[in-house]
Design a protein around this ligand. Structure first.
Ligand code: AMP
Length: 393
């Protein structure tokens, strides 16, 4: 702005002083030149202040099928894109609505806001989004379009810049295109860029172990697996961590190293792992509780009917529920009603049916009245319940 004012005063002075047409023409040229300079300057300042916006001009986000069944779908910044059962996604499933999901990319913060429009459930990292509800999909997370099927991810495609370095090829920035036929045409090019990008990210991660990844909240457990202040033990199959918000005096989570999203992904081949997790849970108790507590403390091993956090985790929790982090009815009911499914039951189900029952309908159990888990008497509120369990236990 300062530059602009100086230039305009300067031009006005020159203009009034000049008499001949030639002089006036030259001044006009100067004025145009300086105005251009000023415009460029303003743009620079704008992009400097809004470097995220500037960055957003250098990449595009795509909705990419993990099985490469269809072409990546361009997600323009801030504009809703509807996906579902269609020729474009090649999803024929009647469970999937034609308008199953609304996707709105946020290039500034590099996530996609996902709204479930269809009535059948879509999942992010194995967790239901909910009808008419929204959740964020971050790079690296998996979105199942319907009923844990049709996995997709966000792909961020950064075309190489104009100057070609020795180890990079010069590629053209894909333009925003809306029609199916245009998307089809650029499939190969974009798919290549995306896989290059993924490979680069993976190798960067390997090479740069000091760089800590950032996690969406539902991915918090994955981050905690590597947190030395939470990790209790590790072997070649599982990691045991302290629950960050323990709901009892002793509360650990046993997690497989293998990337298993939730109980819904368990199959017969996981049975040895599930049995091993129980054994590790028993050993964790043995190794970590005081002698005094050993004889009198009861434990349960199990899973919540619907996980709130991604990555399979088995709770190992003492039944005293003596903890400041246990605050709400939801917390209480999640560990004391049938919402808490014993590890043994999960193992039995898989042995019998090859998979775990769908327990999504059990979410209503979290609204049940507060009831002591020992004497089964109803309690008025959480403070009353907490006082009661100290005596009843
Ligand atoms: P759920 O997914 O319902 O089986 O429970 C998730 C458990 O993870 C809860 O008991 C939380 O207290 C615990 N938790 C949440 N975030 C973290 C974290 N970042 N690290 C460790 N435990 C966590």
């Amino acid at each position: 702005m300062l530059f602009c004012s100086i230039y305009s005063i300067w031009f006005k002075m020159l203009f009034t002083m000049s008499k001949s047409k030639i002089q006036r023409y030259e001044i006009c040229c100067f004025e145009i030149y300086y105005l251009q300079m000023h415009f460029k300057l303003e743009l620079l300042i704008f992009f400097n202040r809004n470097y995220h916006i500037a960055l957003s001009l250098s990449f595009s986000m795509y909705f990419q099928c993990c099985n490469s069944t269809h072409a990546p779908i361009l997600l323009p910044d801030g504009s809703p894109v509807i996906v579902g059962r269609s020729a474009e996604t090649k999803i024929p499933d009647k469970l999937c609505s034609r308008n199953q999901l609304e996707l709105v990319a946020n290039y500034n913060q590099k996530y996609v806001m996902v709204k479930q429009l269809g009535s059948n459930a879509s999942q992010i990292e194995g967790i239901d989004i909910g009808h008419r509800k929204t959740d964020r999909l971050h790079a690296g997370q998996t979105l199942h379009v319907v009923d844990m099927k049709y996995p997709h991810k966000i792909a961020i495609c950064i075309p190489n810049s104009g100057t070609t370095s020795s180890n990079t090829k010069k590629t053209k920035l894909p333009q925003e295109e809306n029609t199916f036929s245009k998307r089809q045409k650029m499939t190969e090019k974009v798919a290549k860029n995306i896989s290059d990008e993924e490979n680069e990210t993976n190798s960067n991660n390997k090479n740069n172990s000091a760089q800590k990844p950032s996690y969406h909240w539902s991915q918090g457990l994955k981050g905690s697996m590597d947190d030395p202040s939470l990790r209790v033990s590790k072997d070649d199959k599982v990691v045991v961590i302290k629950d960050k918000y323990p709901k009892a005096k002793y509360h650990w989570l046993v997690m497989p190293i293998e990337n298993i999203i939730s109980c819904a992904h368990l199959r017969s081949e996981h049975l040895p792992l599930l049995k091993h997790m129980v054994k590790v849970g028993e050993q964790t108790i043995e190794d970590n509780i005081s002698e005094k507590d050993k004889s009198k403390t009861e434990f349960r091993y199990g899973y919540h009917a619907v996980h709130s956090m991604s990555h399979l985790h088995m709770h190992v929790i003492s039944q005293d529920f003596d903890s400041d982090a246990l605050k709400t009815k939801k917390h209480w009911n999640s560990f004391t009603t049938e919402y808490f499914v014993d590890a043994e039951d999960i193992i039995n189900e898989i042995e019998k049916d090859g998979k775990v029952k769908n327990r999504k309908h059990m979410a209503d159990l979290l609204k049940e009245p507060l009831r002591c888990h020992i004497c089964k008497r109803d309690q008025k509120n959480m403070p009353e319940l907490k006082k009661h369990i100290l005596k009843c236990g």
